[in-house]
Design a protein around this ligand. Structure first.
Ligand code: HEC
Ligand code: HEC
Length: 352
């Protein structure tokens, strides 16, 4: 604990700490409830106050939730620590797995961060340091979240939070769902699809993945990278049918992904990614991303009309280059410019 608080006295630490506060508040329906939660937590758990550099003591006492810890583990650990083959016999893909520990014993000792192998590995106090494929190691903020979560008891659900009521509340806030509707209609966020990428794609599509450099320069290990304005974007928010990422998992565009399949993604995961893109490829905070109007994309598929690619209309004009007389039924590669309304202006249609 000492170590964290001294490390956290700089501005950097303050940003990290306010980040927890924002996250805990965000996790509940309103800021008022967020403060209530904070007070409840500090009242119940007697967290030692980290007060040296504190502009706002209640906020510093906020206990990070398992959800916050889990999202870090999902991003950085589960590609190796998942399923029956989990390395070190340690599964970090569920609360139960995390608390069950690995072949060398418990990974988490609630209220004793110093004795928790999980944190020791993250800091490099125990070797080999984790994540095994680092650096980069976890950031100070991420490390602090995990340390604080353990220090405050390593509890599962945040106190006072009604998990099942949340999606509906979010849907109401978004204004997309009348109050009676099921939670399934809440718009998906990055956090709803990130575990799929982590499990099935990141192994190759990361900076130092199993193929060395990420194939085609495509990294799928964080939101910014997935949405980055590539030379050719692979996600067109709002339009899965023209998003290369979706087309490759669906197998409409070859080679189908994941490259090491089958198995490919199951219907449920495929549908989830489609819906995430259709609903605006939202960030973890639920902010929809903009259509990259003017971006060039390149899609492979079947010409299904004059002119359509797998049913998606292509605007063709005298400037469109036709290569090798493409005709309906042909396998083609289309180069196109994305318009603000998600339609495509074809630059070149080439029979493959
Ligand atoms: C690239 C694969 C990989 C990643 C990513 C990875 N680990 Fe590991 N982890 C391993 C391997 C391999 C071992 C077994 C090595 C050993 O302990 O000798 C291990 C062992 C461990 C152990 C000891 C388990 C035991 O009881 O033996 C802990 C704790 C651990 N990892 C935590 C983490 C955490 C936390 C992260 C994410 C921050 C992480 N690991 C990410 C490969 C990985
Ligand atoms: C085993 C390694 C591996 C895994 C796992 C993997 N990929 Fe790939 N990916 C590749 C390789 C290699 C290429 C380049 C293939 C080519 O163009 O011949 C590629 C290319 C791509 C492309 C560009 C395709 C194109 O036509 O230019 C996309 C998009 C993509 N992958 C998405 C994914 C997604 C999404 C997942 C997870 C569902 C995934 N990949 C899993 C290795 C992998």
């Amino acid at each position: 604990m000492k170590r964290l608080y001294s490390a956290a006295t700089g501005i950097f630490g303050l940003i990290g700490l306010s980040l927890w506060a924002v996250c805990s508040i965000h996790a509940t329906a309103s800021a008022a409830e967020g403060l209530l939660l904070v007070q409840e937590v500090s009242g119940r758990l007697h967290t030692p106050p980290a007060s040296q550099a504190s502009p706002s003591p209640q906020v510093l006492n906020a206990a990070p939730s398992y959800e916050q810890v889990n999202s870090i583990l999902q991003q950085r650990c589960i590609m190796c620590h998942t399923g029956p083959q989990a390395v070190g016999n340690l599964r970090l893909d569920s609360y139960a797995g995390l608390m069950a520990g690995g072949s060398k014993g418990p990974a988490v000792v609630p209220r004793s961060p110093e004795k928790s192998e999980l944190l020791r590995r993250i800091r490099g106090d125990s070797q080999p340091r984790m994540p095994m494929n680092g650096p980069p190691w976890l950031t100070e903020e991420e490390t602090s979240i995990i340390e604080q979560w353990i220090a405050t008891g390593a509890i599962d659900a945040p106190i006072g939070e009604n998990q099942s009521a949340r999606p509906q509340e979010e849907a109401r806030k978004e204004g997309t769902s009348p109050s009676g509707e099921t939670s399934a209609s809440a718009p998906l966020r990055y956090t709803d699809v990130a575990p799929i990428f982590q499990k099935r794609c990141v192994r190759c599509h990361m900076a130092q993945g199993s193929l060395g450099t990420p194939p085609e320069g495509i990294r799928l290990d964080n939101y910014t990278a997935i949405l980055a304005a590539w030379e050719r974007p692979i996600v067109i928010p709002g339009y899965p049918e023209i998003s290369l990422l979706f087309r490759t998992i669906k197998g409409v565009s070859l080679p189908r992904m994941p490259m090491d399949g089958p198995p490919y993604l199951n219907d449920q995961d495929t549908e989830r990614i489609s819906r995430w893109i259709a609903q605006g490829a939202r960030s973890a905070d639920g902010k929809a991303a903009a259509v990259p109007a003017g971006a060039n994309i390149r899609l492979k598929g079947t010409l299904t009309g004059r002119w359509a690619l797998d049913g998606v209309a292509l605007a063709v004009d005298s400037g469109t280059r036709m290569d090798k007389n493409p005709a309906p039924g042909n396998s083609v590669e289309v180069r196109a410019v994305v318009q603000a309304d998600g339609s495509l202006r074809a630059v070149r249609i080439k029979r493959l």
